[in-house]
Unconditional design. Structure first.
Length: 88
């Protein structure tokens, strides 16, 4: 079975928001985030919008877990997990 290796080149703390996407740290103006992976430091639920435009809640994510999907926003409403890091 093949496994995929994730190697991020950039990382930034995420502030959940119902209105703003995760800023693109590679650009000075913060725009243009086409999706990032997430690391969840403290257990809880994580409500996200994917780069494909879907909004869903991941329930019961454990602390120290990665979410290997392309995310553009972590919503404040519905997110109880903390210490979330965006990885590009």
């Amino acid at each position: 079975m093949a496994t995929q290796k994730f190697q991020a080149q950039r990382a930034a703390a995420v502030t959940p928001s119902d209105t703003a996407n995760i800023p693109n740290i590679a650009r000075e103006d913060g725009t243009g985030n086409r999706g990032c992976l997430l690391y969840v430091g403290t257990a809880g639920d994580v409500r996200v919008t994917t780069s494909g435009g879907d909004t869903t809640t991941f329930v019961g994510i454990q602390g120290g877990q990665f979410l290997p999907l392309s995310v553009v926003r972590v919503l404040a409403t519905g997110t109880t997990a903390d210490n979330i890091i965006a990885l590009w």
